[in-house]
Design a protein around this ligand. Structure first.
Ligand code: FE2
Length: 481
């Protein structure tokens, strides 16, 4: 997983191993009159061995077992013990152990302490141990504790990173899903992948089921259905020979379950799934809000469009025609459903800013004064300002703002050119012009279809985006067949 790189970066400096000073006294200052089996050269070797193990584990905690194994074997040889063994717990569910030689008889134990907690022991098997050997073994137990610390910190960091990735990936994926129906399969695919599960199911309070990896074991799903009203705390169990992890979605909404045949779920995985469950609950809430917002917005927009219609009798029908044509041309251009939706709303709303223009200018039959033109040219910005108040319409705002931009950059308000102009605005610009030309306006009569098309082609590449002109032509051609 990508997280390893970041773990390395977040480790706080290289931790130097500090050997207790009494060891130095014992092995280098005082000559070993009380160390029968360890020579002075041996002392240095032992010190080097211990320091080496500490350094190695701090640098590469995943090599913990290997490093401890080498320490045990090296110490047993240097101290001439019959056997030496080490066993300790690293984290919640991980044990580290190493043995060298053939253990037999009563060992002398050297506890391995993390803080004040005993997490394991080093056991030495020998006929007798002198004080020098005992000091070495005590130090070795301290080194083992340091190594366990390093490995534990690394493991905790890795779990934390895994949890973060689950949540990040899930929330990013869920954030972009607006339809509740699309939500559950996506969540399951992600969660199975990230938490190493073979099967996953989301069972809703209303009886709805989405599952993945339960083919041929529908009985298991039936059994899960019975227990779907879970609380917010991770729930672990066994089902049909599989390990089971479940978390409730809150408020009797149902639960999300994971199963796998191989190993039990850990508490850390429970926490990850709990975070996923929270994301699901949020995404459900969001998709419901979105649906109601969409309804409210559509109502609000219809009211706005009706208001504009009442101001200017050419505008109402123009809006409807433009909206239908724009939707078809957007599909012709190959936009996705979201893109088509944006185009349709933008077509409906593009001239909404005209609501701020006085009747005397809007319905004037003669030419406009420069002052009146300036007022008229403000309508894209006024429109964007109005649409900007509708949540979820950010893309529509851009299109409304840019619907008088030109392909050659000589439009307004920003002078955008080519692809800088949002695609919805490019389409609307062409369709707006076509509809205006082919319908009567206060200041002139309608042009024929053929003349209007000739005008569009004349402007293709300068005023209009050529692809948008082609898309409209294809739609109109189909219609006239
Ligand atoms: Fe306009």
């Amino acid at each position: 997983m990508a997280g390893y790189g970041s773990i390395r970066r977040t480790r706080v400096g290289p931790r130097r191993l500090k050997l207790p000073s009494f060891v130095v006294d014992n092995f280098t200052v005082q000559e070993p009159e009380n160390t029968r089996s360890v020579s002075s050269g041996g002392n240095l070797r032992v010190l080097g061995l211990l320091a080496g193990v500490g350094e190695e584990v701090v640098a590469e905690p995943e090599n913990l077992e290997g490093a401890l194994g080498r320490m045990v074997a090296g110490l047993r040889a240097a101290l001439r013990l019959r056997a030496l063994s080490l066993s300790a717990s690293v984290g919640e569910r991980r044990e580290a152990s190493a043995t060298s030689g053939i253990a037999g008889g009563e060992p002398v134990e050297f506890p391995i302490l993390r803080g004040k907690t005993r997490v394991g022991a080093l056991r030495a098997y020998a006929d007798a141990l002198d004080e020098g050997q005992r000091e070495v073994l005590r130090t070795a137990a301290g080194v083992a504790a340091l190594a366990l610390d390093a490995a534990h910190a690394r493991e905790a960091a890795a779990q934390k990173t895994a949890q973060l990735s689950v949540v990040q990936v899930a929330s990013e994926a869920l954030g972009i899903i607006k339809e509740e129906g699309d939500l559950y399969p996506t969540v399951l695919v992600l969660t199975l992948e990230l938490l190493d599960a073979s099967g996953g199911a989301i069972l809703l309070g209303d009886g709805g089921v989405t599952s993945l990896g339960f083919e041929g074991s529908e009985g298991m799903l039936e059994a899960l259905r019975e227990v779907r009203f879970l609380g917010p705390s991770p729930w672990m169990g066994r089902i049909g020979g599989h390990h089971l992890l479940g978390v409730g979605l809150g408020n009797s909404e149902g639960a999300v379950f994971l199963t796998r045949p191989t190993r039990p779920y850990t508490e850390a995985e429970g926490v990850s799934l709990k975070l996923v469950a929270r994301q699901i609950a949020r995404a459900r809430e969001r998709s419901r809000l979105y649906a109601s917002l969409e309804r409210t917005s559509t109502e609000a927009i219809s009211a706005l469009a009706a208001a504009l219609e009442s101001r200017d009798d050419t505008t109402g029908e123009h809006i409807k025609r433009t909206q239908v044509l724009a939707g078809e041309a957007a599909e012709e251009l190959g936009l996705d459903p979201e893109g088509v939706r944006v185009v349709k709303y933008a077509a409906m709303l593009h001239d909404i800013g005209k609501i701020g223009i006085p009747d005397s200018i809007l319905n004037k039959t003669g030419g406009l004064t420069p002052e009146e033109w300036r007022a008229m040219r403000r309508h894209p910005e006024t429109g964007a300002h109005i649409v900007g108040r509708i949540a979820g319409f950010e893309d529509v705002v851009e299109a409304v703002l840019a619907h008088h931009e030109r392909h050659d950059g000589r439009g307004y308000p920003a002078g955008l050119a080519g692809e800088e102009v949002p695609v919805a605005a490019r389409l609307i610009s062409v369709i707006d012009a076509y509809d205006a030309m082919t319908n009567d306006r206060p200041y002139r009569k309608a042009l024929t279809h053929e003349l209007a098309l000739a005008e569009l082609e004349h402007g293709s590449g300068t005023q209009f985006d050529p692809a948008a002109v082609e898309a409209l032509k294809a739609v109109l051609q189909r219609r006239r067949k």
